[in-house]
Design a protein around this ligand. Sequence first.
Ligand code: GLC
Length: 427
Amino acid sequence: MSDTGSKMDDAARAILAQNDRGGYTVPTHGLYPFQWNWDSAFVAMGFATYDVGRAYRELERLIEGQWDDGMIPHIIFHAPSDTYFPGPEVWGTQHGVPTSGITQPPVFGMALRSIHDAALAARFPDAGARGQALFQAALRHHRWWLRARDPEGIGLVAILHPWESGSDNSPAWDIAFARVETSTTTAIRRRDLGHVDPAMRPRDIDYQRFIHLVDLYRECGWDPARQWARAPFKIAEVQMTAILARSTADLIALADALGTPEDKGELQDMLQVLLAGLASRWRPDLKRFVSLDLISGEDIEAPTQAGFMPLLAVALDDDQRKAVAEEITRWCSDVVVGLPTTPSFSPAFEAKRYWRGPVWAVINWLLADGLRLNKLDDLAREIEQATVQAIERRGFFENFDPVTGEGGGGDTFSWTAAAYLVLSRRS
Ligand code: GLC
């Protein structure tokens, strides 16, 4: 490893140590002071590169927040903090450890596989027992996804809140989200604007709608069937479904070691359903996959990174592979760092505003995995190297402006550190 590489490795580990709150890692100090679901899954994979025990611990602390019905919430409020809104009092959920009431992309299964592989390589002693408990938690979570979020069995799982997608203010939600009312029973006290430049964050009107949905689902007692019936925002989402499918495939690979033959069969059935659902969302003219707005019945055509995420699980045919490679290359052609989460040719593109353009290291990580799975190794390597270089040049930022390469959002970000540890080992 080069001098830069080893200094950056030390810096990445130092960030994970600094953001450690006792077996779980906050995304960054101040802006996000609790445990976040998919952040922790990525962080666990980062830990797995040098401390397998700590990697297991990250996931174990996450499932302290798992609900009886299998849902893993998007935030676990292990300890109080007044630097974030909306806190536990707004969510009003009933779990022992306070949690939010919505979920986030289930990267958990992918993380478990990566930790298990690292444990075997390191001859880690407790891999069996710790892995089995986490495997069962993941299986219960996947069952929840299909039961609660695809009750009609279309092979695509739905989000009921933009925050569930992990891409909070993505242009993909604009049309559907505009139908959501802006009235709230909760007083909105944004804390994020005290940490980060408002020009990089979602707007106030977005927050009114975000909180309107939280108020509504809280009134439903967080019951999945009641929420499904009343949700004014319901999107069968390709990025979420792809991550679920990939995690399902990873659990299948672990089932012989950590589960039972019945578990394996059940996961194989789930995977077939999800792959069929994803296959139906390919649009050759757009050269990508599209999500489905379940309220209007319309395709969501806004170009965002989500359109390429099915590569994580789906084996593309030759025409699809060629089309995707061309399209990704086009999106990257006029930026200094790719892949922008919204391409610069889109009217919705904003180079610095959160999920409306900036490049996110963990998205590139997923995308590169999907490209490798589909034998597009050169493109995968380009994206990995662009990510590693952006971090080496600017630091461990929450995201990067694709046009200038500048870091944006919060600094000393845990999942960016984890992405560095993993991606810099691949190049
Ligand atoms: C923001 C991001 C989300 C992430 C969270 C913590 O809400 O949109 O994806 O999990 O911050 O980093």
